[in-house]
Each structure stands twice: as structure tokens, then as C-alpha cells.
Design a protein around this ligand. Sequence first.
Ligand SMILES: *Cc1c(COP(=O)(O)O)cnc(C)c1O
Length: 490
Amino acid sequence: MSATGKPIDNTYLLRLLPSVDELIEDLRGSEEDTPSGAALAEAAREAIEGRRRRILAGGAAHNGDVLTDAAAGAGDTEAVRAALRGEIIGEAWDILTDARTTDLRHVINATGIVLHTNLGRAPLSEAAQRALIDVSRSYSNLEYDLEAGRRGGRSGAVEALLRKLTGAEAAVVVNNNAAAVMFAIRMMAEGREVVVSRGELVEIGGSFRIPDIMAQSGARMVEVGATNKTHVSDYENAIGPDTALLLKVHTSNFRVVGFTEEVPREELTALAHARGIPVLEDLGSGCFVNPPGIPDEPTVAASVEAGVDLITLSGDKLLGGPQAGIIVGKAAWVDRLKKHPMMRALRLDKLTLAALEATLRAYLDPERAMREVPALRMLAEDATATGARAEALLTTLGKEAAQKLSAEVIDTTGRVGGGAMPLAELKSRALALSPQNISADRLDALLREAGPPVVARIHEDRLLIDMRCVIDDEIGQLAEILKGLADQAG
Ligand SMILES: *Cc1c(COP(=O)(O)O)cnc(C)c1O
């Protein structure tokens, strides 16, 4: 319908569509970095076709948003033609811009969840970012021994760092922790039995469940104990001639509280070694140093010390590095992993290795790690420091926009995320928005459409921008985005 209420005739509109050549002419030369003729033609064709389909589909879709209603209503054919052409040029530009914009991109994490699995888990340290760019720009010594001038090992530096940081005899790295667990079970226990406590049959989200991983690894799972209590005698009674391995799994994303008991690592390894079998521990997050203010997580070094034969952990959880699976432990077992045919399928690429090495280097000085590894810094930050960024955002926003958005700084609680420390609450501060004219849901949706997209949280009908994971550079961006929304909102 036009503004005057007269229905607009489809064939009338179709006749007024610009030709591909006309559109290419309009698109050419209007930007410094003009795309090639072929790309322009493709975008022009796609934009015209898209419009043609919408016109044929009829309804409000082809005028309401586009056509100058007034021109159509007044029957001013030339004005309608010009309006259509102008709109289609805009759509063609959107197509060209989309073609250059990656779908995977930076978002502002305003959820307060530090290791947010859906938002890429750990942000990388500056050193890790630099390392990643440095090896990607040109060539690197990925598999080249510069001193000897010949082929070299692929991950020697990372392995040496892991040995030093954990006290383990040897280390090897793979694509992620899920791969590390499967790989280790397969190598240690394929076709044989693996004993595991019923209290540790974890599901990590997605499709990582210990019973399934066991099946995929080709091992037979033998469950022992109860959900809340497993004794060393339970393991002992389950060990038979076909037992290849005792598995211990960190219950990273849940806690059983109350009447509980698990077997200490030292007792488990003593039992296993007395019976000539190894212990594998999936540590999940795998903490190297405990950030102050959050509950003690078992460290990798403690598991090594307790004599666990192989230990697996994630690169992008509490360690704060890139996605990777880290395996440390006894040299004899690690060597078998390195020689296993699956190793080639699971190995890390140079970008990940570069970022992982740089992340691990920071840990050589734990205080430096606490400052430089963003995930650790965010976890350790107190509410006052978080609150200072919330105040900075409020100030940058300015009085007028803040008023329209009914913005105020409030206390809130964040989470560790990444399936780690489910009970830990991080005292945090957020900017709470409750504008008059727009619901929290709508505001949330608009923020997700912003550039960069902002992922926030809704609590009691207010939109919360938790500042724990918002980095300093993002405060200005957030303020601009919120200013842009303020007029619609209040
Ligand atoms: C997170 C987790 C995994 C999976 O690690 P990814 O790095 O996500 O593959 C496996 N086991 C435990 C106990 C975990 O917490």
C-alpha cells in the first residue's frame, strides 16, 4: 500500500526496476577501493533479483520499507523509479560490504562470564596476539631447527615450557582437551577396561560425555562407587586382568555437596602402580596458578606431584590461551602418544602453537601472568576495579543519554564460565539500563545488532552491562553504541 492507501501495481513497479548495467554504472567509482567489474555485476544482479522477488511476493514488503510512498501515491513515475534505483544501489552496497565482512568477528562480552564458551572462551594476551601475527605474516621455523639448519620438531618450545611449569617429565599438545582425553584413553586402554568413579561421569556440554568418549576410544568403561562417594576399595575391587587404566575426571561444571568422598590422587596412584596400571586424569580447566579471590582449583603441578601418569587439560579455560589440549606426564606414555598414528590428525597448527607458547611464557613469572593473561586478570579483578569501568562508561555516555536509558551502576555477580568453578560468584559491577520506551528484550536484540555486537544479560527486566569482561578499549565503543540507541529508548 502507498501512503495514500492506493495499492501499488506489481507490474508497474517491475517496469521501473533499473537494469544491471545502470546499476553497475552507479556503483562504479563511488568508492576508492572499487570492487572488480565481475563483483559489481554479481552484486547488481543479486540486488535487482532480490527486489524483483519481493515485488512479486507483494504486500508491504516491497513498498513500506523502500518506496517513497509519497511518490508512488502521487503517481509520480520518475520519482518512484529514482527511489527504487536509490534503494537497490544501497542493497547492492550492502551485498558488497557483506562479502568483505567476516561472519566470525569481535563482540563485546558484557555478560560477566569470563570463559564464555559461546563467545570464544579466553581472550588472548597481547603477547599471544603478537606471536600469532608474527608467525602468520610470512614463514616461520615451525618444523625447522635454525641452529642445525635442518628439519626440526614442531612443538619443542611449548613442550619445554610445559615441563618447566608443571614439573612433568614430558608434554605433548593436541587440538583440544576433548581430543586429548580420547587420544590418551585410546592409546592406554583400547580394547580393554577403564575404571572410573560414578561421581565423575561428567557431561561437558556439546557432546562430551565421559561414557561416550570411552566408547569412542574403544575402551570398556567399568563404573565404581556411588554418585556421592567412591572409596579406594571400590577401585581395588574392580581391577581385574583386563584393567588397563584408572581414570580420574575433574567434575569441572558441577559440585556434589554434603555426604561426599573421593579418593585422593596419591592413594589412587599408589593403588594403580602397585597393580601395574597407570592413572589418567582429565583436569578440565587445569589451573597453573590460582587467581586470588577465587576458590582453589587443583593445579597441574599437584597432579604431577601425586604421580598421575598422564594429565589432560584445556588451553583456553583457566590457562587463558588458545584452544588446545595439553597432555603432560610420564615420558614413556607421552612418547607413545607422539608415535601414535592419531598424533598427525590431532596436531596443532602454527597459529595456535605461537599463541600457546606466548601464553605459557607469561607463566614463568606468575605475577606477570596475573597481569598479562586477560582471563586471569578478569577473574582476579575486584568489584571496585570493575565498578571504575562502569563509572567510566557512564561518564563517557554523558548525562542526556544516561537519563534516556535510565542508566545506573549496580552491584551484580559474574561467573567463571567455561564449565569451571560452578559455585564461584565473582562480585562485579554493571551498568543497568531500564529505558521507558523500549523493553529489555528489545534493547538486548538491538545491542546484538550493533557494531561491534554487544552480548549483555537481562535481570529483573533490566538490561545489565557487566563490566568485568569489557576491556578498556571497548568502553568508548560501548558508549557510542548506547548513545545511538538512547533516542529510541527514552
Ligand atoms: C572442558 C572440559 C573438557 C573438554 O575440553 P575442551 O578443551 O573444551 O575440548 C573435557 N573434560 C573436562 C573435565 C572439562 O572440563
